[in-house]
Write a protein that binds this ligand. Structure first.
Ligand code: PRX
Length: 653
């Protein structure tokens, strides 16, 4: 039985193909998988043996990957510099640019005429870009940015809908050695404004609008709201035309992309900047425990090595695969596994612009059928939403080309897992339940095509990655006991710092259990060493897989004149995973009413974006607080769930 001193790190011989708890991958898939090919090459016959080697010699493993999947302009001198933890450096001395690896080398090699990107609009229009086409588009966009003064080291904020120009703009920015800071097109004025200011972006790229559910998302209006508040900073707004509807253009500040691109010289080749491995590549903002924006910084070398490696082994990309990640390029999933990973590997991928259920809930499956998609990577919330419409809808489409499925963003509940496996994957396609974070840059805990699966578990760490589940005291948690999920050693695609705030980086990720990276997640490990992520232990709420901070929701509420104080908590929700519930103390002179509740919900939506609109607002006379005045959200949560309120000794007297 369980060894209470710690869960096993390795799996014993359970994988004889008959254990009732597991879903086994088809033998043929295992035999032909990229990971087995690599194991054989290294002289091993199982993934487990390969994994053990990779964690005993992580630098050899990552160095091997760094020479296999990416090209360097100049070789690195050191694989890992760990002389100043937690400020780790990878592949120091190396010169590299992801745009060379994702575009230039393919456009000038055998993949030149291969389709890189198939884009389908919500209205059903399709555009195809070969690697050669992408090279032309990226050069043009980079020339336009250069003509507007963008240069190495600058930060450029990108706020676009899911159009090819989003991918092209990101690549163009990185080509010049500048950093992109992409803000998801579903966010609103406040979120966009704070990110532009924190990153000090002089140039913002946006669109006139985007399409979602046959409605126009007013990207330019929102951009104006954000940029008007940062008038001293933002010199140029470049506007990509998508919807063609009327928008205001601010003379002297706003320019149309298509007009700039038509100027002489914009079609000329544009050199790809040779970057140091540790030069910054991009900023991506994410929610944490405070309301202040947290710009996570990723760098050029290690990031691309781990992204390419994980995609190759986990999703087993082969030359004739048609890969589709349904995320938005504006999130880390889209950065790593739409914009950079698939292109580095020379793959063909699909991007669909709009809503999964437009014009009907069969839309995704029709996209998969139409383009012969072989791999789908999506989020549990989408699976749950589509599952609601029943089995008959996907059954109308030919999904026989699918060979692998993926899940990311939150724990997938076993019921949704089984539906996805049975109805979409037709019991033939293993599900890669990938655990990772904006901070980690790439997969950390994930199955691969050889892994026996358990619905709801991300299974075990990726090659070269060591994780653990520890108690608050830093001891290994017992088998099946909840604990803190940690990463034990640095990894190439890790965040390097929080932009402009290295102390906060140390404090947030490396101080709770010194020497370990704490992920902010609780997890447990079972008798087979499989990890089960339970959820966040901080004040982050995962709503439909989107990461939102309670502090951000609260500050949006408090920015309304009727609100004196507010608290936000997450409670379980059948479709969204979690939903935001809020408690509000009104200012004098305001009375609770349904109208006010609606107005406040709308207000949060306007400030932060529709995703943050609270599920409920309760008007309360007071909030439980600690003696130092901190709101005790766990008490609110316990009350709402009808659970014991726990130790309340620190409540105010
Ligand atoms: O709580 C974990 C959850 O998402 C968090 C990271 O969120 P974000 O930075 O927005 O990145 C999402 C895309 C990588 C994690 O701390 N999470 C992500 N993937 C999983 C997951 N929880 C359980 N299982 C997963 N596969």
């Amino acid at each position: 039985m369980a060894d209470r001193t710690g869960a096993p790190n390795t799996v014993e011989h359970f994988d004889d193909g008959t254990h009732p708890e597991f879903y086994y991958p088809p033998q043929e898939l295992v035999e032909h998988s990229n990971v087995m090919a690599y194991a054989r090459e290294k002289g091993y016959s199982t993934f487990e043996e390969l994994y053990q080697w990779s964690i005993q010699h992580p630098q050899d493993f990552w160095s091997d990957m760094a020479t296999r999947f990416v090209d360097w302009y100049a070789p690195y001198q050191q694989v890992l510099d760990d002389s100043n933890p937690p400020f780790f450096k990878w592949f120091t001395g190396g010169k590299i640019n992801v745009v060379h690896n994702a575009i230039d080398r393919h456009a000038n090699g055998p993949n030149r005429d291969k389709v890189a990107l198939i884009w389908e609009s919500e209205q059903g229009e399709a555009k195809r870009y070969t690697y050669a086409d992408l090279e032309v588009e990226v050069n043009r966009f980079a020339n336009v940015l250069k003509s507007q003064g963008v240069k190495k080291g600058d930060r450029v904020t990108v706020y676009l809908s899911r159009v090819p120009e989003l991918v092209i703009a990101m690549l163009a920015i990185v080509k010049l050695g500048a950093m992109h800071s992409v803000v998801y097109g579903g966010f609103s004025i406040d979120a966009l404004h704070s990110r532009i200011v924190d990153g000090q972006s002089r140039v913002v790229i946006t669109g006139d609008g985007g399409w979602m559910n046959n409605k126009i998302v007013e990207l330019k209006n929102i951009t104006d709201g954000a940029v008007d508040r940062a008038a001293d900073l933002v010199e140029r707004v470049i506007v990509v035309r998508r919807t063609g509807h009327d928008i205001a253009m601010h003379a002297g500040r706003d320019l149309w992309y298509h007009e700039l691109a038509a100027r002489p010289g914009m079609d000329a080749p544009c050199a790809t900047e040779q970057m140091d491995a540790e030069d910054p590549m991009f900023l991506l903002y994410t929610s944490g425990s405070t309301g202040a924006p947290k710009g996570l910084l990723h760098t050029c070398g290690g990031y691309q090595v781990q992204v390419a490696t994980t995609l190759h082994f986990t999703f087993d990309i082969k030359p004739d695969d048609v890969y589709w990640c349904t995320a938005d390029p504006g999130w880390i999933t889209g950065h790593s596994y739409i914009v950079y990973g698939p292109l580095m590997l020379g793959a063909t991928q699909v991007i669909y612009e709009g809503a999964p259920s437009y014009p009907d809930p069969g839309r995704w499956w029709s996209v998969a059928e139409k383009y012969g998609v072989t791999i789908i990577y999506t989020a549990p919330t989408a699976v749950r939403a589509l599952m609601r419409f029943g089995d008959a809808i996907p059954a109308k489409y030919d999904l026989s080309k699918l060979r692998l499925l993926g899940s990311v963003g939150e724990p997938i509940n076993p019921e949704a897992w089984r539906w996805y496996y049975r109805v979409i994957g037709q019991e033939r396609c293993p599900i890669m339940d990938t655990w990772w974070q904006t901070e980690t840059g790439a997969f950390m805990i994930t199955p691969n095509p050889t892994t026996p699966l358990k619905p709801g578990s991300g299974t075990k760490p990726f090659l070269g990655i060591e994780c653990d589940v520890l108690t608050e005291e830093g001891k290994p948690a017992g088998q099946d006991d909840d604990g803190l999920l940690v990463v034990k050693k640095p990894w190439p695609s890790m965040l390097r710092t929080i932009y402009g705030d290295p102390e906060r980086y140390k404090e947030t990720y490396w101080s709770r259990l010194p020497g370990f990276y704490t992920a902010g997640d609780a997890a447990r490990r079972d008798e087979h060493g499989y990890y089960w992520v339970i959820g966040r232990i901080d004040d982050v709420i995962k709503v439909s897989g989107y990461r939102l901070g309670t502090a951000e929701v609260e500050s949006a509420l408090v920015s309304h004149p009727a609100v004196a104080e507010a608290a936000a908590i997450g409670l379980p929700h059948e479709l969204k995973g979690n939903a935001i519930h809020t408690f509000v103390i009104l200012r004098q002179g305001f009375e609770p009413s349904d109208d006010l509740e609606n107005e406040l919900r709308k207000h949060v939506g306007k400030e932060m974006g529709p995703i943050a609109r609270p599920e409920s607002i309760s008007f309360v006379p007071g909030l439980p607080k600690t003696r130092s005045g901190k709101i005790m959200r766990r008490v609110l949560k316990a009350r709402a769930l009808g659970l014991p309120e726990g130790d309340l000794s620190t409540l105010e007297g």
